[in-house]
Design a protein around this ligand. Sequence first.
Ligand code: DC
Length: 221
Amino acid sequence: MASVAIDGPAGAGKSTIAKRVAKELDYIYVDTGALYRAIAYALLKERVDIEDEGALIAACRQMTVEIRYEDGVQQVYLNGENVTPYLRDEETGNMASKSSAKAPVRDALLDLQRNMAKQHDVVMDGRDIGTNVLPDAEVKIYLTASPKERANRRYKELIAKGEVADLDKIEADIIERDERDMNRAIAPLKQAEDAALIDSSDMGIEEVVERILSVVREKLL
Ligand code: DC
């Protein structure tokens, strides 16, 4: 089985790009952020105090998170229920950023991610895939873009959906999320030594996909 690991900060376009790359290669796309979001969703719903280690460990032990594919699209099941539609809002994202810094949460998801890569050819995106989850991945990409550009993209996305958006607040949130994801003690977001760095600030989607496929060709084919 072969693995393509795509890591990088929030809003760098990882999921759009990773989905496209997976399609081109006929690999399975694994969105690991959705797994952290599923746990965050449960923690919010059950009002678990994530600073209370005993409570967090107990909550994580009670949860089962599974990945299934329906019409080729990843669905995340939490305790047997498909929670995929509830994972994308800002509250869940912010909780995921906080709770994913905690060891019980990361431990709960490690085997699931590794098993996916054992069983399938995968394009897996996240924060610590190349550094921690799949250190032997054949291809590693670190995909980033400036906070300003990432905020701009997110702003346009929200406006297109008809939602109200404040560009400065979005940029401040992105910077805060980067800080947290990059400076946590366990499995922080960082570029693996053997990862190819792609800064997509001035690149279109097609260009980034092509660049990644050229790295894949070089390493795998
Ligand atoms: O990619 P995303 O925005 O869906 O991820 C939500 C949060 O989950 C992110 O702020 C950090 C965490 N995360 C992580 O710690 N490790 C991963 N492999 C993926 C996501």
